[in-house]
Design a protein around this ligand. Structure first.
Ligand code: SIN
Ligand code: FE2
Length: 204
């Protein structure tokens, strides 16, 4: 484990290639039940470049009318999200250093040109529990800073199997994905990157 900044822990190669392939199978099953959809920004309705779905009792969603929030059902199918795969619950227990299980696992799919602007994860009632992030597929350029939007940032390449934890003083760090590097991994059938973020939403 490497401490990238206060509260930002980096576990390079946390998952070996066999574990990554098994996790991708689990995520394919999640996506079969809860299809990826195109999220839209609050107010403007501008489509994000990332495709999203969730598993867990709660999922993070966003749309023009109601903005960022957690809800128990898929916005398109109107069905409950599928459960979080056991492998991810085990991963949370190993690196999360938090006594309660995650409630939400956001699944972000980045096609070749997708990216994610700098933001804080702060839609959770619980800002004490960490955010645990797993990278699968193509390498990305991940940027992170402090708790001020215009503060200094650093960048790191996250590759398939890497895990990052935003906890403690790093919980509200600004972060985003500037680009992905298509073709840097053969894990997925095609190019692209999957990011999984595990979160505890409620306080108890
Ligand atoms: C996110 O902040 O939701 C995603 C971060 C990432 O894709 O690594
Ligand atoms: Fe985030």
């Amino acid at each position: 484990m490497l401490l990238l900044a206060p509260g930002i822990r980096y576990y390079p190669d946390y998952l070996d290639p066999v574990e990554q392939a098994a996790l991708v199978q689990d995520i394919r099953a999640v996506v079969a039940e809860a299809p990826l959809y195109i999220p839209a920004m609050p107010k403007t309705g501008k489509e994000m470049s990332v495709r999203m779905t969730n598993c867990g009792t709660l999922g993070w969603v966003t749309d023009k009318e109601r903005g960022y929030r957690y809800q128990a059902i898929h916005p398109v199918t109107q069905r409950p999200w599928p459960p979080i795969p056991a492998k991810l619950l085990a991963l949370w227990n190993d690196v999360g250093n938090y006594p309660l299980p995650p409630e939400a696992c956001l699944v972000n799919f980045y096609a070749e040109t997708a990216k994610m602007g700098l933001h804080q994860d702060r839609d959770e009632q619980n800002l004490v529990a960490p955010v645990v992030s797993v990278s699968l597929g193509d390498t990305c350029l991940f940027r992170f800073g402090g708790t001020e939007r215009n503060g200094k940032t650093q960048s790191i390449k996250l590759k398939s199997g890497d895990v990052v934890v935003l906890g403690d003083d790093g919980r509200l760090a600004f972060h985003g994905v500037d680009r992905i590097y298509p073709g840097t991994s053969t894990l997925l059938k095609d190019t692209g990157r999957i990011n999984l973020t595990l979160r505890r939403v409620t306080a108890s």
